[in-house]
Design a protein around this ligand. Structure first.
Ligand SMILES: Cc1cc2nc3c(=O)[nH]c(=O)nc-3n(C[C@H](O)[C@H](O)[C@H](O)COP(=O)(O)OP(=O)(O)OC[C@H]3O[C@@H](n4cnc5c(N)ncnc54)[C@H](O)[C@@H]3O)c2cc1C
Ligand SMILES: *[C@@H]1O[C@H](CO)[C@@H](O)[C@H](O)[C@H]1NC(C)=O
Ligand SMILES: *[C@@H]1O[C@H](CO)[C@@H](O)[C@H](O)[C@H]1NC(C)=O
Ligand SMILES: *[C@@H]1O[C@H](CO)[C@@H](O)[C@H](O)[C@H]1NC(C)=O
Ligand SMILES: *[C@@H]1O[C@H](CO)[C@@H](O)[C@H](O)[C@H]1NC(C)=O
Ligand SMILES: *[C@@H]1O[C@H](CO)[C@@H](O)[C@H](O)[C@H]1NC(C)=O
Ligand SMILES: *[C@@H]1O[C@H](CO)[C@@H](O)[C@H](O)[C@H]1NC(C)=O
Ligand SMILES: *[C@@H]1O[C@H](CO)[C@@H](O)[C@H](O)[C@H]1NC(C)=O
Ligand SMILES: *[C@@H]1O[C@H](CO)[C@@H](O)[C@H](O)[C@H]1NC(C)=O
Ligand SMILES: *[C@@H]1O[C@H](CO)[C@@H](O)[C@H](O)[C@H]1NC(C)=O
Ligand SMILES: *[C@@H]1O[C@H](CO)[C@@H](O)[C@H](O)[C@H]1NC(C)=O
Ligand SMILES: *[C@@H]1O[C@H](CO)[C@@H](O)[C@H](O)[C@H]1NC(C)=O
Ligand SMILES: *[C@@H]1O[C@H](CO)[C@@H](O)[C@H](O)[C@H]1NC(C)=O
Length: 640
């Protein structure tokens, strides 16, 4: 007995100087048993990284960050922007698939999610957009919390950002509005460093068609509409992600521990307060056949496992639609009908155009000598084509206010307002076919036309109670009853074709290439889209915020401060929380959510206000941590 206590003591002492990077639940059991955490944050993606960093700024707040994936965020494939496509279906991808999508010819679609420190920010395409003023103002009105308005979140959007005007960017001053950006924050961002031959053609086409495609100097200034240059979460030629920008800088803090290769299988009730369950426990394990451990936070558990992982954990824990859970034999802790509902994502379509020039990025696809040259440039100097993302330019467009679709009595414009796009047109300087298939050789421009205001809503439900079996994931792509989504996708493709038909492209674009070229009638276009569309991987909305106090189906599962309705001590901070999917790429909006969440959490625990109800019980909460079975005893004896 005595030696065991001594070893525990030594572990505690040695952990004071530096936070630990713990590689598995078994390896960490003794350390975890000897530490009291104020907060347990589940999932180290966009949101979890922000929370781990911001909550430990105060050296007295002890945080445990738990991540299912590995700590290998320094992997070169993650760092090199041009290699982003190889990360899908890699060891860093959960490799989910959707259930057959009725709106997409019953195809099951591969559904990527990051599984490594940084989460999806470690495998995504690094596009950097904040969403529009109208999207944020709608979040404020939907939740009844003016703290979500554009003017309230703008300080967070600037605080998180380190937007650098690289000397390699030509004509930079006409490509963004410096005053609208932050330069002191953790997340590196900037414009593409390499000029492409099509850049000038794109500008010329915009000029020619300026009544339809206005020039927008900065897509992140609040109004997203028009043709603009693409900002990326890329700095000094390398990927910015939440691991490098938020988690790594917090490693040296003695009050942050990071536990990787460990999955949270459920959250646990640890008490009752005023009739509501207190949920400050988590059950963790490092594999389906590994030992499970229970841990308790002294203040709160915060789920940041993403819009798939978070509702999955909640449903497994009995927090969700009671009837659904009962059918699976899961005891209901709280009947919260919105958990897993309201899933949304952005449908995506690529179409390829053959071009007459040899001067395109297609050369990188097959020429291994060129690849080696560019890799050397990147490795030695962080320059060259490997610093690029998917495009240098794009357009974000709206359907006209008098578009015939709005005469359909079943359609209410799903857009948040005039600064918010219905669809996006990406112009890529090479052949891209996300669905796979051999590169046909030659030189291409790829149009990627994507719907950003889906009316469709899907869901996430449990298939089995095994936490290692994947849930049933149904984003409901192109499957709204009114037919708005397929209509708007068709209009997006037509708008993209229209842009590429400008005189500016004559002599460059030869013709649309492949089967899409034959899709010219509305019926053929729709059939082509349903057979070929994929998804942008922006899954959102599955544990949505609503107004405080509203209850029942459609009222939202979260209060506007992220506290889970009907329980205490538990919040959800990640892309699950958006009641409407932002008409934007979703990483930066998620960073913004988590930045404000960090302040809300700091404030709520420093006061004893009734706010989320979390302040009052913290003193009452059951003894802290721990554990745990016989495993601890054996670990301790091993360490003697
Ligand atoms: C291929 C791809 C391309 C994308 N491109 C862009 C882009 O260019 N620009 C953009 O803005 N957005 C893009 N996105 C979307 C963006 O990355 C996400 O919206 C954002 O990362 C969501 O943040 P999150 O915190 O909600 O979840 P995530 O970043 O996904 O983080 C969730 C974390 O929780 C972990 N986790 C899950 N379950 C558990 C569990 N049970 N226990 C422990 N840990 C768990 C996961 O492993 C992961 O690390 C892309 C996404 C993908 C997949
Ligand atoms: C990643 O690389 C950085 C910089 O070299 C280093 O400080 C950090 O410790 C590395 N992280 C891991 C988990 O290896
Ligand atoms: C995803 O699939 C790829 C390819 O099959 C595989 O190599 C990888 O390990 C899988 N990812 C995970 C997390 O299992
Ligand atoms: C830079 O601006 C000049 C003058 O407006 C223009 O002639 C040139 O084409 C631009 N170059 C790029 C790469 O945008
Ligand atoms: C492209 O390259 C091929 C082969 O090198 C050459 O025959 C052709 O003339 C080139 N075309 C143009 C437009 O430069
Ligand atoms: C790309 O390769 C072709 C030959 O396939 C060559 O003619 C052309 O010059 C190359 N372009 C660039 C920009 O390297
Ligand atoms: C491949 O790239 C190298 C290096 O840029 C170049 O010298 C060579 O001509 C290219 N080969 C082809 C077939 O284009
Ligand atoms: C990197 O830059 C240095 C000078 O800045 C140059 O000498 C060197 O050749 C460059 N390396 C590569 C691989 O281009
Ligand atoms: C609206 O939906 C109803 C019910 O599905 C349907 O009967 C009607 O035809 C639709 N109206 C239009 C204009 O599509
Ligand atoms: C659901 O579970 C059943 C039974 O375990 C399994 O056969 C099936 O493949 C699962 N479905 C999905 C989509 O995972
Ligand atoms: C397009 O349609 C024509 C005429 O029906 C047919 O010959 C051609 O093969 C089609 N092209 C593709 C790529 O499907
Ligand atoms: C936190 O409290 C401070 C001081 O009362 C206040 O200025 C700030 O707006 C609060 N932050 C949030 C996100 O509510
Ligand atoms: C962990 O929590 C679960 C659920 O409350 C409980 O059934 C189990 O006995 C606990 N395990 C240990 C080792 O305390």
């Amino acid at each position: 007995m005595r030696p065991a206590l001594l070893s525990l003591f030594l572990i505690v002492v040695s952990s004071r100087s530096l936070g630990a990077l713990l590689q598995s639940a078994d390896d960490a059991a003794a350390h975890l048993a000897s530490t009291q955490y104020d907060y347990i944050v589940v999932g180290a993606g966009a949101a979890g990284g922000v929370l781990a960093n911001r909550l430990t700024e105060d050296g007295t707040t002890k945080v445990l960050l738990i991540e299912a994936g590995s700590s290998d965020y320094n992997n070169t494939n993650i760092q090199i922007p041009w290699l982003a496509p190889v990360l899908t279906h890699s060891q860093f991808d959960w490799n989910y698939t959707t259930v057959p999508q009725e709106g997409m010819s019953n195809r099951s679609i591969a559904y990527a999610r990051g599984k490594v420190l940084g989460g999806s920010t470690s495998i995504n395409y690094m596009i950097y957009t904040r969403a529009s003023k109208d999207d944020w103002d709608r979040l404020a009105s939907t939740t009844g919390d003016d703290g979500w308005s554009w003017s309230s979140i703008l300080p967070y959007a600037k605080k998180l950002e380190d937007f650098q005007n690289s000397p390699n960017v030509q004509n930079a001053t006409s490509k963004f509005v410096a005053g609208d950006h932050g330069t002191d924050g953790p997340v590196g961002a900037g414009l593409p460093q390499v000029s492409l031959a099509i850049d000038q053609l794109g500008l010329d086409a915009q000029q020619e068609l300026s009544s339809e495609f206005k020039y927008n100097q900065d897509v992140n200034s609040g109004d997203m509409i028009g043709f603009s240059w693409t900002p990326f979460a890329i700095q000094d030629g390398a990927r910015s992600n939440s691991a490098r920008d938020y988690i790594q800088p917090a490693f040296p803090r003695s009050n942050l521990d990071v536990l990787v290769n460990t999955q949270v299988v459920k959250v646990l009730q640890t008490g009752v307060d005023g009739g509501s369950p207190i949920v400050t426990g988590v059950q963790i394990t490092s594999g389906p056949n590994e030992k499970r451990y229970n841990l308790t936070a002294t203040k709160e558990v915060i789920l940041s496992a993403g819009a798939i992982g978070t509702p999955h954990i909640l449903l497994l824990s009995g927090i969700g639609p009671a009837d659904q859970l009962k059918a699976l034999g899961i005891e209901s802790m709280v009947d919260l009908p919105d958990v897993g509902q309201n899933m949304q994502d952005h449908p995506l379509l690529t179409t390829n155009f053959q071009v007459s020039s040899n001067d395109t990025l297609d050369n990188l696809t097959l020429n291994t000598t060129l690849q080696a040259e560019q890799l050397a440039l990147w490795t030695n100097n962080r320059t060259g084509d490997f610093t690029l993302g998917a495009c240098n330019q794009w357009a974000w467009q709206r359907l006209a206010d008098d578009d015939p679709i709005f005469k359909n009595s079943n359609v209410t414009d799903p857009s948040a307002g005039p600064t918010s796009p219905h669809f996006q047109l990406i112009f890529s300087d090479l052949y891209i076919a996300f669905g796979g298939g051999a590169f046909p050789n030659g030189h291409f421009l790829t149009l990627i036309s994507n719907l950003y205001t889906p009316m469709a809503r899907g869901s996430l439900t449990l298939n089995t109670t095994d936490p290692f079996a994947y849930p049933l994931i149904n984003p409901g792509l192109l499957n709204d009853a009114a037919g708005f989504d397929i209509y708007a996708m068709r209009q997006a493709l037509k708008a993209g074709r229209g842009f590429l038909a400008a005189d500016a492209w004559k002599g460059w674009i030869v013709a649309e290439y492949g089967a899409s070229a034959n899709a010219t009638s509305d019926a053929d276009i729709d059939a082509y889209i349903r057979k070929n569309a994929l998804v942008v991987n922006h899954v959102s909305g599955t544990v949505a915020m609503g107004k405080r106090g509203d209850a029942g189906r459609g009222a939202g599962a979260l209060n506007p401060d992220f506290s889970v309705k009907g329980v205490k001590g538990l919040r959800v901070v990640d892309a699950s929380a958006f009641p409407y999917i932002p008409a934007s790429h979703t990483m930066v909006p998620t960073y913004i959510l988590a930045e404000r969440a960090s302040d809300l959490i700091k404030n709520s625990t420093s006061s004893s206000s009734s706010g989320s109800g979390n302040g009052a019980f913290t003193q009452l909460a059951a003894p802290t941590l721990v554990l745990v079975s016989l495993a601890l005893a054996s670990l301790i004896s091993l360490s003697l």
